[in-house]
Design a protein around this ligand. Structure first.
Ligand SMILES: [Zn+2]
Length: 260
């Protein structure tokens, strides 16, 4: 943004070529730093509003306030190094978080609720693929109301997170419980994702899709069939081939055990 006071602020904070004085830690800091393991450099100084554009303690008010704060004059600007800028931003975020009601009243449950909705509804989330991407939804009662979520689930015991009993079904009162990580791992169905040519589905989805029975499919995978063979896309391996693969696997396991 070419708002003149920003250039002015940078100019005033400049100490010498490539160096600026940070208004937070009051150190002289380089304008850019090397990115570790790369030849590129990243910007290390940031012109920041002293009074934030949106007051974290109040939240959004009007566009006029927002614009007025954004295009503020030099006396509301400061130059910060990356570390100080992050510290200020984190502090503001914490204030804003505290302001929002459900974080305050249900600090243990609300983050679980928001991340659950994110996984199911926001394609930008890294794990969307396994949830929303597979058609897993949040039931309408919970989708609309955090309070009915809390009412149905009860308080979250420490060390637990939300677990679906049947991993192929939606998030709902009937299908969810609070469970520890260990409990969730023991829920073996949670782990039976199978990838084939870039498509990840659960075991049961592959069964529906290909008509291979569940028992057959898991038996084949355990017995070293490739996914293509197990799904009957590729021809089945011969008995001799299977014996060969099992031997190979045992050999590998033995080697691994010895090297540990
Ligand atoms: Zn600093």
């Amino acid at each position: 943004m070419k708002w003149a006071p920003i250039q002015e602020c940078k100019k005033l904070a400049r100490t010498r070529r490539g160096f600026y004085k940070c208004a937070g830690c009051e150190e002289e800091v380089p304008a850019s730093t090397k990115i570790e393991g790369s030849r590129r450099r990243t910007n290390n100084v940031h012109v920041d509003h002293i009074k934030p554009i949106i007051d974290p303690a109040v939240g959004w008010t009007t566009w006029d306030d927002c614009i007025e704060n954004m295009f503020s004059e030099l006396d509301n600007l400061q130059l910060l190094c990356t570390a100080c800028h992050k510290a200020v931003t984190d502090e503001e975020k914490a204030i804003a978080k505290d302001r929002r009601g459900f974080y305050k009243t249900h600090p243990n449950e609300y983050p679980c609720y928001t991340s659950m909705k994110g996984r199911c509804n926001n394609p930008n989330k890294s794990d969307y693929h396994y949830y929303g991407g597979r058609g897993i939804k949040v039931c309408p009662e919970w989708e609309d109301s955090f309070l009915s979520f809390v009412e149905d689930m009860g308080p979250r015991p420490e060390g637990t997170s939300i677990d679906r009993i049947d991993v192929d079904k939606d998030y709902s009162k009937e299908n969810c419980r609070w469970a520890t990580h260990k409990q969730q791992c023991n829920n073996t169905r949670a782990n039976t994702y199978i990838e084939y040519e870039g498509v990840t589905r659960t075991l049961s989805e592959w069964c529906d899709f290909t008509g291979v029975s569940r028992g057959n499919l898991s038996h084949r995978i355990k017995n070293q069939w490739t996914v293509g063979e197990a799904l009957e896309v590729d021809p089945s391996p011969s008995r001799r081939e299977i014996t060969e693969r099992l031997k190979q696997k045992q050999k590998l396991e033995k080697l691994n055990a010895e090297s540990e």
